[in-house]
Design a protein around this ligand. Structure first.
Ligand code: ADP
Ligand code: MG
Length: 242
């Protein structure tokens, strides 16, 4: 796919075009998974509005639909029914290429199991989202070095993911999520598999991101992260229960 060409696509809100205080608005959102004869309704008619600078925690038991909801909000997946708008632009019916660019410019994703590219070094993993939007190589490297310093991994730049501990891999993943300086950060149980010390470190990073007016949406059970929330969404069986 040719990302460079699509950067000129007027339908994709790039940084300078963002002016809405409403970052995400979802209407009547439904996501069904069809496996064989069974249909699982993972997200069941959700309406949600997220404003700039909100720090939102999605809580709920395993299987509640938290990951599915995050993926819909972040345009990693498309809903079965309903509409998602981000910065006033309808993202729920964009084609794959426009969505890819939208994500690269607007959202940083942090996953429970890191999803680093195993054949790239820590530094190259952080450079990767910048390379996809055509950032100059020397800038990519400079930003990656700065971000790895920020997550306390300046001395791990040349390490491959398998040479890093879980906590270090997650910190590289966070640096990568921040690479294009996206206004929205989505995180799916980012501290679930980590020790308390790393959880606290990550909590403080999120606190700093909040102070920098990032819009943050996290699925988590981590009390350290829950403490930072402006709003907690309790999710069960695909529905918001309060
Ligand atoms: P949570 O993150 O709260 O644990 P998920 O969003 O992962 O919940 O899953 C919600 C429901 O959707 C679960 O019942 C799960 O089995 C089902 N589900 C999730 N992803 C898929 C998929 N890709 N294909 C089929 N079913 C899925
Ligand atoms: Mg999940």
């Amino acid at each position: 796919m040719s990302l460079d060409n699509n950067l000129n696509d007027k339908s994709v809100p790039l940084k300078e075009k963002r002016n809405s205080k409403v970052v995400i608005k979802a209407y009547n959102l439904i996501k069904d998974y069809e496996i064989g004869d069974f249909i699982v309704r993972a997200v069941d008619n959700i309406n949600i509005e997220i404003n700039e600078g909100d720090f939102i925690v999605i809580k709920g038991p395993s299987g509640a639909g938290k990951t599915t909801l995050l993926n819909l909000i972040g345009a990693l997946d498309l809903p079965t029914e309903g509409e998602v708008f981000s910065y006033g632009v309808k993202i729920s019916d964009m084609d794959h290429e426009s969505l890819a660019i939208f994500r690269l410019m607007n959202s940083g994703f942090i996953f429970q199991s890191f999803h680093l590219i195993s054949t790239l070094t820590a530094e190259e993993n952080v450079m990767f989202p910048m390379s996809l939007i055509g950032e100059r190589l020397e800038n990519q490297r400079k930003v990656a070095v700065d971000l790895l310093k920020k997550v306390n991994l300046a001395d791990r730049r040349e390490h491959l993911p398998f040479q890093l501990s879980s906590g270090e891999q997650q910190r590289v993943a966070i640096a990568r999520a921040l690479a294009n300086n996206p206004p929205i950060i989505l995180a799916d149980e980012p501290t679930a598999n980590l020790d308390k010390e790393t959880s606290l470190f990550i909590r403080n990073l999120f606190k700093e991101l909040k102070e920098n007016n990032k819009t943050i949406i996290i699925a988590t059970h981590d009390d350290f992260l829950i403490e930072l929330a402006d709003r907690i969404i309790n999710f069960q069986d695909g529905k918001i229960i309060d």
